[in-house]
Design a protein around this ligand. Structure first.
Ligand SMILES: NC(=O)C1=CN([C@@H]2O[C@H](COP(=O)(O)OP(=O)(O)OC[C@H]3O[C@@H](n4cnc5c(N)ncnc54)[C@H](O)[C@@H]3O)[C@@H](O)[C@H]2O)C=CC1
Ligand SMILES: N[C@@H](CC=O)C(=O)O
Ligand code: NA
Length: 437
């Protein structure tokens, strides 16, 4: 039999919070189906928690609970470890210990993967064990396995989407119900969408971690969270949302990963920022905590992946999918597809990235103002697509949408406008995506 198991697959669960409690429930409620799909029963060997004696969202037999996570992952009867604690440590140390001790690992921890993925991937390869993390990006949506396996024979050129449920929920509530920011954030937290520290969602760290994972898999290279240009939604105001509405657009927090062909060969760019998109665009209709990811590849063309991006049960669905594959692989004593980073591509800075801006300015309603504003654009080589002016007494509101230019040039235009005597305020600056040029 050469290492092939003829006993139940035993799973150690680390963390029993929003996601962990749903993992326990699915392992328990679907025991017969899981056994049939895996080829052996799947049993919980233990559940590591921070504190014993707490009321939990799911009933866990007391004898399975332990506060000794390291002791649990290094037990000889543990075949598979599911890490849903989150954060960098102790999660990293526990995953490394589990792999070294011969267990395969399933994790939902995008923060850790985006910070130190290569160390974990190398440890999994050295141990000849699986490290799967479908739940880490876009919750229940199968997106990492398609990138890693289904599209392995194609050349992916762009990945664009909404990958954070909490911020999408907040922006959707602001747009459709006129909710305030903190009211909508409270609701997202209560529904189990937000990270333990919701700053990770609001400031775009969570989406940037996911963008790093997506770009790495899509382009077969290494992109870390720090390589991703990151802007969150904390600065998005009710007036930005209203301004988008006037343009028949909506504000979304987007993650955009691109393969860019240049004279010296390809490079990659990855960014996360709020952007205005037209209401006719499919991403505009992604509501609440749903996520959607577009993948563009040379042979397949455009693919769209859509579904629940956050929440206990949807995330546990992705964890269980990985768990079944990893368990089958353990039974067959094989290892699934890992990461490849052979392309080793340089990462462009945000300034080099090509974008478009929507600007709203309060200006003096005087002759020559429009010409001076247009001059600021042309000095930096940025072409204007549309200008709308509304007089309001002695001042006027100008709404300018640019054509595509480098982000550095667009940023320089904004700086210059802010310094102009005629310009009372640059009241909204927002990138534009998905609209016709
Ligand atoms: N909630 C969601 O919608 C999603 C969460 N994730 C990821 O899943 C992971 C877990 O997220 P949630 O379940 O939402 O968080 P949570 O905060 O509800 O659960 C984490 C649990 O781990 C426990 N814990 C902390 N340190 C521990 C330790 N040393 N030993 C044992 N237990 C410990 C905490 O007490 C808590 O119960 C995170 O990496 C998160 O980024 C991924 C996709 C979606
Ligand atoms: N906090 C995250 C959870 C899923 O990854 C989100 O809101 O998307
Ligand atoms: Na996923």
């Amino acid at each position: 039999m050469n290492g092939v198991m003829d006993r139940p697959v035993r799973v150690a669960l680390l963390g029993c919070g929003v996601v962990g409690s749903q993992v326990v429930r699915l392992i328990r409620d679907q025991a017969d189906d899981l056994a049939a799909r895996v080829g052996a029963p799947v049993e919980l060997a233990g559940v590591a928690v921070r504190r014993l004696g707490l009321r939990r969202d799911v009933e866990v037999p007391e004898e399975l609970l332990t506060t000794d996570a390291l002791g649990l992952v290094t037990r000889d009867d543990v075949d598979l470890v599911v890490e849903v604690i989150g954060g960098i440590e102790p999660a990293r140390g526990l995953i490394l210990a589990a792999l070294e001790h011969g267990a395969s690992v399933v994790t939902a921890n995008k923060a850790l993967l985006a910070e130190d993925g290569p160390t974990l991937y190398a440890a999994a390869a050295a141990a000849d064990r699986d490290l799967f993390y479908e739940a880490a990006v876009a919750g229940a949506i199968p997106i990492l396995r398609p990138l890693r396996e289904s599209l392995a024979g194609d050349r992916v050129t762009r990945v664009l989407g909404i990958v954070n449920g909490t911020t999408n929920f907040i922006l959707d509530r602001m747009d459709t119900l006129g909710s305030g920011f903190s009211e909508a954030l409270d609701e997202a937290q209560q529904l189990g969408y937000a990270e333990a520290d919701p700053t990770a969602d609001v400031e775009g760290f969570d989406a940037a971690a996911k963008a790093a994972i997506l770009a790495s898999l899509a382009f077969h290279t290494r992109v870390a969270a720090l390589d991703v240009h990151r802007e969150g939604i904390a600065e998005v105001t009710a007036s930005d949302v209203a301004s988008a509405r006037e343009m028949d657009s909506v504000v979304k927090l987007l993650a955009i990963c691109e393969l860019i062909e240049g004279p010296d060969g390809p490079s990659v760019a990855a960014r996360v920022h709020p952007a205005m998109i037209p209401r006719s665009h499919p991403l505009a209709n992604v509501r609440e905590a749903y996520n959607a990811v577009f993948v563009e590849s040379q042979a397949a063309g455009q693919l769209m992946f859509y579904g629940p991006g956050a929440g206990g049960a949807p995330t546990a669905s992705a964890v269980l999918g990985d768990l079944v594959t990893a368990a089958r692989n353990r039974l067959a004593d094989v290892r699934g597809a890992g990461e490849s980073s052979y392309a080793d591509l340089p990462v462009l800075t945000m300034g080099q990235t090509q974008t478009r801006y929507h600007l709203q300015l309060d200006v003096d309603d005087k002759a020559g103002v429009l010409a001076a504003v247009a001059q600021a654009f042309s000095e930096h080589g940025v072409s204007i697509q549309t200008v709308r002016q509304e007089g309001r007494g002695d001042d006027a509101q100008l709404v300018v949408v640019s054509h595509t230019a480098s982000d550095a040039d667009l940023g320089a235009v904004v700086e210059e406008l802010r310094a102009m005597a005629y310009v009372r305020e640059v009241s909204s600056v927002m990138r534009v995506e998905g609209a016709a040029e």
